[in-house]
Design a protein around this ligand. Sequence first.
Ligand SMILES: *Cc1c(COP(=O)(O)O)cnc(C)c1O
Length: 390
Amino acid sequence: MTRIYDEDLKYGFSTRGIHAGQRPDPTTGAIMPPIVQTSTFVQEALGVNKGYEYARGTNPTRQALERNVATLEGGRHGFAFSSGMGCTDSIMKLLKGGDHVICGENVYGGTYRLFDKILQHFGLSFTFVDTRDAQRIADAVTPKTRMVLVETPTNPLMRITDLKAAAEVAHKAGALLIVDNTFATPVFQRPIESGADIVYHSTTKYLNGHSDMIGGIAVLTDDDLAARLQFIVNAAGAIPGPFDSWLALRGTKTLALRMRQHDANGREIAAWLAKRVGDDRVFYAGLPSHPQHALAKKQMSGFGGMISVEMQTKEKAGELLKRVRVFSLAESLGGVESLISHPASMTHASVEPARRAALGVTDGLVRLSVGVEDVGDLLGDLESAFAGLT
Ligand SMILES: *Cc1c(COP(=O)(O)O)cnc(C)c1O
């Protein structure tokens, strides 16, 4: 079980991002943690080892990442996974048949698909609610409710859930609050400080930040819950390899720096879009016109680079996607490069059309993952793309 080094906690966020969980390699002095590419570890005698046996259970490179992100989120234990979905799936294995989960209706499409198409056939039941209103969560509680799972801001409509209120409702029901913090990152939002029991990420996105690996990570505080999750990690085995762990760890060293730039660029581009097409067609929690801007400002210290814009028709959306040159048309988000996508046919393609419509994911919606390029180049790209729209 990977527990943080307590002494790392005395440092500030950026310092922890660079150093926490890592110590110079004792055999060579290498400042970067080695990629320990091995399946097993030689034992000195029966039952005598250096804390490592078989790498499904623990691996030093993976542990460095786990300790690092655990300190960033303000938790005590970290568990890295082979993908964000592998992480969610392993967290759900804390439950047993008959248990009930309340889930935000606007969560990542893959999370909804995992619950709706797979896990409900294992005897788990799910109620999907609009978690913007904590009362709706409270109304969905049953005697079997064991988890409340929320994502905030949501993808792609940037809806905000009040984490403190959600934690209160969950705990009153005897349930755990699980928070997907992929969009905000610990730079801007720390759910554990608001009462979350488990916070998790697709490290594929901002934590890694360079679009060159797939991974997930969960962070928690409670020792017993951590022991149960460690058992699942070892028993079910959805672990990342050492190289991917190392890439994610390299990413977190610049997380604070990158997020500052994503945020600065995001604010400028959201403001430009709002002026171009009108406040009501731009979804960004940092805009004063966002209906939950006050709550977002209270629980987040920045808003990052995720913006959605309503282009009103699929044709207009398609034209915009075709006309940009600096933004690349691709799924995913959170990398240094700017991406543009069409949620209805890309990230939310697995959600049935009627449900998509009910969620507000229209055919005209376009999502931007604003990168860290020069903002003038991004604005210029959008300006010329919009100017040519028919
Ligand atoms: C991408 C994503 C996931 C899934 O993560 P993978 O690494 O792609 O498996 C989960 N939640 C959110 C918010 C995401 O953006």
